[in-house]
Each structure stands twice: as structure tokens, then as C-alpha cells.
Write a new protein. Structure first.
Length: 204
């Protein structure tokens, strides 16, 4: 029996503006989940929230993460492996059945992007990333928000997944204070695409 986490992603009629800022009510119709685990399997002490939604052409994701020592980013070159030494996020998506190719989308707070198909880091896709950092009064601690728009055609699909389609999926948050690890999506959670505006979400 499959007891891996399941994120139910709703279809939305009004897509969010991808500008790095979580606007009022902008993601209200999206699914939202914390529940990030460390590589050891323990609950991460600093939680990241992921919002997810889709329309007929795109998958939308937003990451909201607080870091009391600031959000650090140095990598500026597209597809640079140095990005994974920064504060960064990783999105693993595996459309289709187990054994099908998986896709990796990653980014840092400088809006530097990394994308790969399986282990092929030379694969490039059309997708959008926008970020924003909100600092505390001492200009040290920061809340980092990242908004992502991935066209389904970039994943080799002609349109949005049909109602009830389930993909393997995994989200990872890398920290400069101590790097996180992410297994292949076949070992992690799933994403269920549904044509409904409100849905329940389990931890991912």
C-alpha cells in the first residue's frame, strides 16, 4: 500500500502574478503545505510552505521560507552546480508512470535557475522564476518568497493533466547553514491534479 504524502493540486481560474511577492488573496485557491523533513527523516526546524495550483497551460508553485540568519545566494550562471550551495529550492516532477523521465527545476534568491531532465543537466526548459526578500528591522533575518510558472509543454505535454492524474513529485529546500538532500521523486510524495477549487492537503 502506498502511504507516501499526497498533495492535491487544484485547478484555478485566475492565475497568480509571477513577481516574487505573495499578493493578498493571490494564492488563496491554491493548495498549501508545510511538513518539510530533513535528510534524516526528522521534521525540519525551519519550515518552508509550498503553494501549488494549475490552469490549462501552466503549473504554478510558490515557496515561502524564513531564515533567521539571512538568505544567501551567489550563483548567477544558469545551470551552475554552485546554485546548490546557496539557499535554494528544488522541484522534482515525474509525469507518467514509475520509470518515466523526471524533471528538476531549481532556483536561488538571485533568480538563477537550474533545470535538468533526469541526470541530463544540459536539458533546458522554458519556465519563469521571480523572487523577493523581506528583511527584518536589523536587515539580517529574511523571509524569502519564490514564485514559479512551468508550462506543461516544457514537460512534453500538450495540455494540463486530466482530472485525477497523479504524478510523483518532491520539493526540497537547500540551506547554506546545512545542505538538505533530495531523493529521486519515485521515493517521495505524489501530486494529484484535480478540477476543483478547494481541496485537502497532506504533508509533503
Amino acid at each position: 500500500m502506498d502511504i507516501s504524502p499526497l498533495l492535491a493540486i487544484p485547478l484555478i481560474l485566475s492565475p497568480p502574478t509571477i513577481d516574487g511577492r505573495i499578493g493578498p488573496d493571490e494564492w488563496n485557491s491554491a493548495a498549501g503545505t508545510p511538513g518539510f523533513l530533513e535528510a534524516s527523516g526528522d521534521l525540519a526546524p525551519h519550515q518552508t510552505t509550498v503553494h501549488a495550483a494549475f490552469d490549462e497551460e501552466h503549473l504554478y508553485l510558490a515557496f515561502v521560507s524564513y531564515n533567521d540568519s539571512g538568505v544567501k545566494g551567489a550563483a548567477k550562471e544558469h545551470d551552475s552546480l554552485a546554485l546548490f550551495q546557496d539557499d535554494a529550492f528544488e522541484i522534482y516532477l515525474q509525469p507518467g508512470s514509475e520509470g518515466a523521465p523526471y524533471f528538476l527545476f531549481a532556483g536561488n534568491a538571485l533568480e538563477t535557475r537550474y533545470d535538468a531532465k533526469g541526470l541530463d543537466g544540459t536539458w533546458d526548459a522554458e519556465w519563469t522564476l521571480a523572487c523577493h526578500r523581506e528583511y527584518d528591522t536589523y536587515f539580517v533575518a529574511a523571509t524569502w518568497t519564490a514564485e514559479v510558472k512551468i508550462p506543461f509543454r516544457s514537460l512534453g505535454l500538450k495540455s494540463a493533466p486530466a482530472d485525477g492524474t497523479v504524478w510523483r513529485a518532491n520539493f526540497c529546500r537547500d540551506w547554506t547553514a546545512g545542505l538538505a538532500e533530495a531523493d529521486l521523486p519515485t521515493k517521495k510524495g505524489s501530486a494529484d491534479f484535480g478540477n476543483r477549487a478547494e481541496t485537502d492537503v497532506t504533508e509533503v
